[in-house]
Write a protein that binds this ligand. Structure first.
Ligand code: CU
Length: 319
């Protein structure tokens, strides 16, 4: 079924479903333990290790693991999910799979993920940006420190990433941590003008396909004069939103749903164009590359260019 994706600040119903669904998916009852992840990585010769305590993980933890796994697979350009053309389609597939898991746990096949229009908050004063309703007990809880109030206060971080070695660490469960607006490099959220800059790029992506090109994908990912847009939101929230385990914070999905919405607006204006095409450009980033997946069928960028069988946004731009 196809859901409608709405602004989290507009629909209280969607907000509550989203937060309750995330907390439900975070129950450590997947039947998969840290040792199973270790065996999977070993058996598939993957360039990632897991250390720490052996504990039963949640479906939510498996999404965290999936993101780290994709990041840990280096390609000639970027990795299997970032710093190249694959960034937008990979995260689209990833959000579709989370949305489907939420639909299942909520018993609502029409549920659509909410998005956070962070550029609207980027127009507020610096002091107000981390004090909006979003960062309250009715929404996703504290902007700074441990998340101890609201529906996701009981969510627990079980997988973290060692900053020095990049290894995955299965750790004693603890609350989500944030440090919004405290990084001296990034005191403010992206602005509407920066979103416009991403929307007015004429090409989806182009050679050399990396963090240096001027293209819709690279401006939106946030490498151009970065950190901007998507990257800036990660750095601005800080805490658990920093490392490869950033999906530990449900704010990850609110950010990426908004990134996906901006890509969708760009395609409404420019057509459902994707570069590089078949047999061109870097491996793993092509329109027919199979994207790294551990939950649900692995799709190619081509298969997700039109997401209307899965969802639509509440306010589509008419070309
Ligand atoms: Cu990511």
């Amino acid at each position: 079924m196809a859901g409608t994706r709405e602004n989290i600040l507009v629909s209280e119903t969607v907000r509550d479903q989203f937060l309750q669904g995330m907390a439900a998916l975070d129950q450590p009852n997947s039947g998969i333990f840290g040792r199973d992840i270790a065996a999977f990585l070993r058996n598939n010769n993957l360039p990632l290790d897991i250390v720490g305590i052996d504990q039963e993980l949640s479906i939510y933890d498996l999404f965290v693991f999936w993101h780290v796994l994709a990041m840990s697979i280096p390609l000639s350009v970027g990795n299997a999910a970032h710093s190249g053309p694959i960034f937008l389609p990979w995260h689209r597939m990833y959000l579709i799979r989370l949305e489907q898991n939420l639909q299942q746990v909520l018993g609502d096949p029409d549920f659509g993920l909410p998005y956070w229009d962070w550029a609207a908050d980027g127009e507020l004063s610096v002091a107000d940006q981390w004090r909006t309703d979003l960062w309250s007990r009715d929404y996703i809880g504290e902007a700074r420190g441990a998340v101890r109030s609201g529906p996701i206060a009981d969510m627990r971080v079980r997988l973290v990433q060692d900053a020095r070695t990049g290894r995955l660490v299965s750790t004693t469960p603890r609350p989500i941590q944030r440090a919004a607006g405290l990084d001296p490099r990034v005191r403010t959220l992206p602005t509407e003008a920066q979103v416009d800059t991403a929307l007015t790029q004429p090409t989806y992506d182009q050679s050399p396909w990396n963090q240096s090109v001027i293209s819709h994908r690279n401006v939106l990912e946030g490498w151009v004069q970065g950190p901007q847009l998507h990257n800036r939101v990660h750095v601005w929230i800080g805490g658990d939103m920093g490392p490869g385990t950033s999906p530990n914070d449900p704010a990850f999905f609110l950010n990426h749903c908004n990134v996906d919405r901006i890509w969708e607006m760009w395609m409404d204006r420019n057509g459902r164009d994707y570069q590089p095409g078949r047999n061109r450009g870097p491996q793993g980033h092509r329109i027919d590359s199979t994207m790294v997946s551990i939950i649900g069928q692995a799709l190619s960028p081509e298969q997700v260019l039109d997401p209307s069988i899965w969802y639509t946004y509440d306010h589509q731009l008419v070309a």
